[in-house]
Write a protein that binds this ligand. Sequence first.
Ligand code: ADP
Ligand code: MG
Length: 613
Amino acid sequence: TLLKPLYSTFSLFSSIAPQQRQQLQIGPHKQQQQGNTNEPFDPLSIIKPFIFSQYKPILLGWLCSLLSVLSLSQLVPKFGQFSSSIGKIDGVTLRNDGLVLAGLFLAKLIATYGQHALLWEAALNASYKIRVFVFERVLERELGFFEGGGAVSSGDVAYRITAEAADVADTLYALLNTIVPSALQLSAMASQMLVISPALSLISAMVIPCTALAIAYLGTRLRKISKKAQLSISALSAYLNEVLPAILFVKASNAEFCEIARFERLAYADLSALLTKRKMKAFIPQIVQIIYFGALSILCVGSMVVSSGCFDGCSMVSFITSLIFVVEPIQDVGKAYNEWKQGEPAIERLFDLTRFKSKVTEKPDAVDLDHVSGDVKFCDISFRYGENSPLVLNGLNLHIKAGETVALVGPSGGGKTTLIKMLLRLYDPLHGCILVDNQNIQNVQLESLRRHVGLVSQDISLFSGTVAENIGYRDIMTKIDMEKVELAAQTANADEFIRKLPKGYQTNIGPRGSSLSGGQKQRLAIARALYQDSSILILDEATSALDSRSELLVRQAVERLMENHTVLVIAHRLETVLMAKRVFLLDDGKLQELTPSLLGSHHSSQTFTGLVI
Ligand code: ADP
Ligand code: MG
């Protein structure tokens, strides 16, 4: 019974029972691995350029560490002399010696401060650059990276870019703070010890390999545990990112209890991983302390040597002081090694996001589509999402002439949105090509293609910010044209409700536009597409959340736009579809044109879902 608590404290490697561990893995948020994570991956070579970019603060920091070690190596023998001369020399000399000592001590303090501050600056700057680099790469990735079965969840990506990038800063600092400074201090102090007594130095050096081995072993364990801890906290963050935005539904389904249970399970997994990690981290410095035992034994041996008259008390004091300062860098190396072992998985996971190039690429000689009349041609398009999934589009052909309005109907899941994704080159087709103004979009700069296509997507994305910022999203980094914003809002029939908001166009609409109703969000999204002023306009079920009065007004707006835009409407309501000159049914991956007679015979049915079924 006495041993039990002791055992539980020291059971570093098995703090969770295996069956419990297995249990924790279950749940909706198993960590998803990205891509071929088995490929060789050298974290050090990846972060090298980011470290090298900070050479100025690093070199200055190391210079400070040199100054610090220099003052220390002056300080140590002087301190030995000083302590043994007390009572033997006159007061004035003693005071002067004391002042010199104090000056050296102060110099060491300042230099050490400079060393830490500058090296932190370098580490944090590098981690900032890594963050920006990773985010840039993430945004460059094709849409498939973010959606579908094998995708990384946005919560996980967010966690990696926030918390894990911060871990990387800690690791970099630990590395920079050991490579040169610890080596300097170690060699300075060790050489002093050697000068004073080679025999005693050898005895103390014997302790070092044992501790080094122990630290190395624990380091590899720590790496594994750190990885686990990172995965568990990342899963927790991904979970929160999914559940909190769905809070309305959770409450409406009385699912708070179930969500709390799920949260608890994930949080517990994180707790146990962190606890194991912390216990191990607490253990490692204790091993380093063993070196102090070495110091103690030297003290015993030393006192015998002194009494036998081999060397004096002054050298003894210097030797012990040097020994203490030798242990410090060794301890730092141990710490840095641990930090690195913890940081490695963070670096891997962070850069894992950047390892694969986007599947949708721009050719080096891609052209800039300056002006577009809006002629769109889909030629024999086939597409599937995964290698083994069924074809969503299967040899589809469609020609929309400039200025024409075409409607697309079809069963849900028929591939209508997929077709739009092809046009925007969010995915590339398996076969076939898409021409805009007779130019294959694979040969067009992505930016210029997307500039000419205004999209009101099915899942409306609004951002926290003002109404004006959301409508003028295209110009958010430059200057939003308020006149255009209001005009777009009027055309989309959004002006009226916007003016009733507390601050009109300057009202903040909350995260994801959460303070607006579904129909209001849709009208804002339509206004945003209108503001973009592209020659091709796509409305993907854009009027589904509108009441019939608003829909009528939007329809009138679209009819006005039809005069000088190519419009592709995807809709279920018959009225919306009827304003198009041609209507196509997308089913089974193919298009079928619906003739007026076919349409007419179903005129009584209100929606196309009815028509299709
Ligand atoms: P629609 O817009 O006509 O309702 P979609 O184009 O959204 O249909 O979807 C067509 C089919 O492709 C559906 O069966 C859907 O399950 C599948 N699908 C859509 N997006 C993805 C994706 N990112 N990964 C895998 N399958 C997808
Ligand atoms: Mg759709």
